[in-house]
Design a protein around this ligand. Structure first.
Ligand code: NAD
Length: 498
């Protein structure tokens, strides 16, 4: 073991003091490559102190100057792209090109946040009553926090602090203990870009650090992304402590394939969406829903050789389709779900469990798995697997295809592939899911729109980034003003504009 990652508090890297640590693996080799300190409540309180101290001055910086910091940060991240991608790839296990995408999608939110002078403007009504004007302003909340998952160590922190800091808040990121190096590096780059000390802090840790955030009255809002049970825990406990909370959870995204779809295109798109990043994406497509037996049979026969031919390799290789899973424990969990699916009666068309990569026998690799004839009521279908596993659920008709994703406990993303515009339009209107793709397999909205799932994929009512992000990270103050020429008498009736 070479290094230990600590925290980034008040503008500098600091070592952890609590003594508890967590191993960071290299998923390609299976070796422990370093460790991360797990913060105590006292260390978290110190980060909140720093953020609290930095807040008044940062909130008072005019929005154009805050935007300039974001512009400089964007340039520094672009210059550091290869270093960041390598950090991500070597701790997470996603391929280098995919790791660059992780950084790029986060940067797109930073680009959006560069428009904060315009985005944070309030509204104004002249002459709302006799001599009365009304205006509103969007003010930052204060110290806010983001608790982030392992699977996008660059994009998701940037979704959160990109908008929150541009709005004038000061921020504490509690990243995943599995791959903490990228968020720490992003904090260094924010300092270099001109963010004052204490504006962005990164505190590593586990439940103890998270509970310290939830219980600290100085933290005004929490944005969470991770699995649904933890999302619900943070949503309900955060709200009980009087905080504004948005908490995004797990997913089981379906791709509906109508009989008229271009099957060559479907198979190409589905392969990347199901197996890219070893299926460890909340917007991956782990379920295909072909409509009609003929569509299903064609899909399976075209998919089988393509799944068997997936290029699985070391994460740092430029030409792997997918790398290893994040940990051995997660790989074993995915393998258990595959066995469960078989026991539930699903047909194992391709079994990825025995895959081993020559020279990397201890890496956390797994081949692509394809299962046919999954059904609602099968635990392996009802729950999220989060691995390189695609389940096919055969739908009899269009109504079944709308019902399957609509009735699933998760409602993050869904896609429909068809040449029929009217069917696609009806599907998009009726389906009970937060983000819909029409002939687009992974419908992650662009930065200036907004990201958020429904049902057990999202708790709270305000989404990530876009105008909804600005709304989440600010509070509205409304001023009603009158400059009377003469003031006479008192009014005891509620004032109206009538
Ligand atoms: P996770 O829930 O295990 O961890 C997320 C965060 O919560 C981490 O920072 C972790 O340290 C913390 N945490 C873990 N256990 C905790 C506990 N008991 N109490 C308090 N905090 C705790 O999720 P993960 O494995 O890092 O990420 C994968 C999950 O995230 C998947 O379910 C995936 O679908 C989901 N995800 C969702 C979205 C979305 O936008 N909906 C995006 C990415 C990932």
């Amino acid at each position: 073991m070479t290094t230990q990652q600590g925290h980034f508090i008040n503008g500098a890297r600091v070592a952890g003091e609590g003594g508890r640590t967590h191993d960071i693996f290299n998923p390609t080799t299976g070796e422990v490559q370093s460790s991360v300190a797990l913060a105590t409540r006292e260390e978290m309180a110190r980060a909140v102190d720093a953020a609290q101290k930095a807040f008044p001055a940062w909130a008072a910086v005019n929005p154009q100057k805050r935007a300039r910091v974001m512009f400089r940060f964007k340039e520094l991240v672009e210059k550091d792209m290869e270093h960041l991608a390598t950090l991500i790839s070597s701790e997470h296990g996603k391929t280098l090109p995919d790791a660059r995408g992780d950084v790029q999608r986060g940067l797109e939110v930073v680009e959006f946040a560069c428009g904060i002078p315009h985005l944070q403007k309030g509204e104004y009504t002249e002459a709302a009553g006799p001599g009365i004007d009304v205006y509103s302003m969007r003010q930052p909340l204060g110290v806010v926090a983001g608790i982030t998952p392992f699977n996008f160590p660059a994009m998701i922190p940037m979704w959160m602090f990109g908008v929150a800091i541009a709005c004038g808040n000061t921020f504490i990121n509690k990243p995943s203990e599995k791959d903490p190096s990228t968020p720490l590096r992003l904090a260094e780059l924010m300092m270099e870009a001109g963010a004052p000390e204490g504006v962005l802090n990164v505190v590593n840790g586990d439940k103890e650090a998270v509970d310290a955030i939830i219980e600290d009255p100085r933290v005004k809002a929490i944005s969470f992304v991770g699995s649904s049970d933890i999302a619900h825990y943070i949503y309900s406990n955060g709200a009980a402590h009087g905080k504004r909370v948005q908490a995004f959870g797990g997913a089981k995204n379906h791709m509906v394939i109508l009989p008229d779809a271009d099957m060559e295109n479907v198979v190409n798109q589905l392969l990347g969406a199901a197996y890219g990043s070893a299926g460890e994406r909340c917007m991956a497509t782990p379920v295909a829903v072909p409509v009609g037996e003929e569509t299903a049979d064609t899909l399976i026969s075209m998919l089988k050789p393509r799944v068997e031919g997936l290029r699985i390799g070391p994460s740092l290789s430029e030409d792997s389709d997918l790398g290893p899973l994040v940990t051995a424990a997660h790989r074993d969990r995915v393998a258990n779900y595959i066995q469960m699916a078989v026991d539930e009666g699903q047909e194992l068309v391709v079994d990825g469990r025995d895959f081993s990569l020559q020279g990397y026998e201890n890496g956390f690799f797994m081949g692509g798995t394809l299962l046919d004839r999954a059904k609602p009521g099968h635990k392996s279908y009802d729950e999220e697997i989060f691995g390189p596993v695609l389940q096919v659920v055969r739908a009899g008709n269009f109504e079944d295809a709308v019902a399957l994703p609509s009735q699933h406990q998760y409602g993050n993303g869904v896609a429909i592939f068809t040449r029929n515009g009217a069917a696609a339009r009806e599907f998009a209107q009726r389906v009970n899911v937060g983000m819909v793709g029409v002939n687009v397999p992974i419908p992650v909205p662009v930065a200036y729109h907004t990201f958020g799932g429904w049902k057990r994929s999202g708790f709270g009512d305000t989404n990530q980034h876009g105008p909804e992000g600005v709304k989440f990270w600010t509070k509205v103050k409304t001023v009603t003003q009158r400059w009377p020429e003469d003031v006479s008498g008192s009014e005891f009736v509620i004032p109206t504009m009538g």
